[in-house]
Design a protein around this ligand. Structure first.
Ligand SMILES: *Cc1c(COP(=O)(O)O)cnc(C)c1O
Length: 491
């Protein structure tokens, strides 16, 4: 594979075009005269290319990508399951893909019904009373949920509640969302079994507690066993309880956060409900609430009255936190989630969770003899390996193992997360993988560990050897990203 690839700006040749427009058959307008003040002084410096150059450029880029359509993608906490193609067929139907968000309600009844029905199905799956589909991602859903919690406390004149409690096993977005929403984040420790330490939590209770945010299964892949005691403890102190349900793949159809005392949750439709989301593609962080929070849901709320679906605005929902996303969120993701749920049905969703948990436990057992598990006993949909001993013994870090896996043809697991496990490797096989795929992956991991033990760290430092770029300087790339083409003249 050619190591470097020219950008479109480098391939560009002045005057080359990829289109053929008909002759102008209306009088030409001088944009500079007619639109004074709105017109650019000079034309934008766009690359000029033939159609074939553009197609080859993007096809070339796509071949350097790794996707779940190409191979196993066990990226923990991300649920990179296979996305059935029927979802794509539905999302591309012109009645969904070619409508405009400002069309009159009467002309988009089907799209409104889809969102109305999807909300109802998600409410049923999670045990909540109502669901908004507006947030564009999981973290955005967290912020939306916390804004509703804040509005709830303030509506009761309860202004002392400034604290959001987040366990040290929570997903990293939880404390970030609490901070963005203006809360102070307080951490509660996990006990030896990887569960929230209930006594430590009880000691933190006072009238400044606004909420507890719980990631469940937590980032160790463990179901919080004391969950009812946790929600009761927070409620007794006057706080509300937030459920981070981004990893609902483990419990869907089996257990409902709404039945465990949670007041608000988010789901990642782009994870559990099957939308391609590698590389930061569009997402949907649906948020479900119990009745206490229904008045605060973002507007417009999609309602049904007199035989028609309609958009309900702030006049009907005066306590609403308002709009959190333009129009209706990422509608295409909603169509995919709807199609996915309707295709599988209730039994199918249950089977998804069962198989996801079975696959994770199967793979964990196969790897346990070469890698200690961060948590003993059964896991849910994912598990965390502790690479500390391998690093100590051979000098081969989890980063090295991840790079070696790329050469073996796999997307690596999540590394160095959660932070509470040294040299963590977080593996989520998902339900869509066959036993043969899991066996092959386990064999690749065994081979890597055997090589580390036989040859030490040296041969690993140049890996991956099969990719156009091997080991980028990740720190500089993150701190000093170069995100746009620099023209030679300094622009
Ligand atoms: C992925 C994930 C999130 C964040 O979701 P985004 O869509 O990436 O914002 C939050 N919590 C958990 C547990 C997750 O796995």
């Amino acid at each position: 594979m050619k190591r470097t690839m020219d950008t479109l700006f480098e391939t560009s040749r002045p005057g080359r075009v990829g289109y053929a427009l008909p002759e102008l058959d209306v009088p030409a307008v001088d944009c500079g005269e007619e639109l004074k003040g709105f017109c650019r002084a000079a034309a934008p410096r766009l690359p000029e290319l033939a159609e074939v150059d553009v197609v080859r450029h993007f096809t070339g880029l796509s071949k350097r990508n790794y996707s779940v359509d190409e191979g196993f993608y066990p990226l923990g906490s991300c649920t990179m399951k296979y996305n059935p193609k029927v979802n794509e067929v539905a999302a591309r139907m012109p009645g969904f893909s070619r409508i405009h968000p400002l069309q009159p309600e009467g002309t988009v009844q089907g799209a409104l019904k889809l969102m109305y029905d999807l909300s109802a199905m998600l409410a049923e799956i999670t045990g909540m009373d109502a669901v908004t589909l507006q947030p564009a991602a999981g973290a955005h859903g967290e912020q939306t949920g916390l804004m509703m919690i804040k509005a709830y406390h303030e509506s009761r004149g309860d202004h002392k509640r400034t604290k959001v409690i987040v366990p040290d096993s929570a997903h990293g977005t939880n404390p970030a969302s609490a901070a963005v929403t203006g809360f102070d984040t307080v951490e509660v420790a996990s006990d030896a079994e990887g569960m929230v330490d209930l006594d430590a939590l009880k000691a933190m209770m006072d009238d400044s507690v606004a909420a507890l945010m719980l990631t469940n299964p937590n980032t160790l892949g463990v179901f919080e066993r004391n969950i009812l005691a946790l929600t009761e403890t927070i409620h007794a102190a006057g706080g509300l309880v937030y459920y981070d349900g981004a990893n609902a793949n483990a419990i869907m159809g089996k257990a409902r956060p709404g039945d465990m005392g949670f007041d608000v949750l988010h789901l990642n439709l782009h994870k559990t409900f099957s939308t391609p989301h590698g590389g930061g593609g569009p997402g949907a962080g649906a948020v479900g609430v119990k009745n206490v929070l229904v008045p605060f849901l973002p507007t417009p709320v999609i309602g049904f009255a007199d035989g028609a679906y309609r958009l309900e605005h702030a006049d009907m929902h005066p306590q609403s936190i308002g709009r959190v996303r333009s129009f209706f969120g990422n509608f295409g993701v909603l169509v995919r989630a709807y199609t996915y749920i309707r295709t599988l049905g209730a039994e199918g969703l249950q089977e998804v969770s069962e198989t996801a948990v079975l696959n994770a436990n199967y793979l964990a057992k196969k790897l346990e003899h070469i890698y200690p598990l961060a948590h003993k006993g059964y896991c849910m949909h994912e598990f965390v390996l502790n690479g500390g001993a391998l690093k100590h013994e051979t000098g081969v870090s989890s980063l090295d193992v991840a790079k070696a896996l790329i050469d073996a043809g796999y997307h690596p697991p999540t590394v160095y997360f959660p932070l509470i496990v040294p040299e963590a490797l977080m593996v989520e096989p998902t339900e869509t993988e066959s036993q043969e795929t899991l066996d092959r992956f386990a064999a690749a991991m065994e081979e890597i560990v055997a090589k580390a033990k036989a040859e030490g760290a040296e041969p690993f430092h140049d890996m991956p050897l099969t990719t156009p770029v091997s080991r980028p300087d990740e720190t500089t790339a993150a701190r000093n990203p170069i995100l746009r083409w620099q023209f030679g003249d300094g622009e």
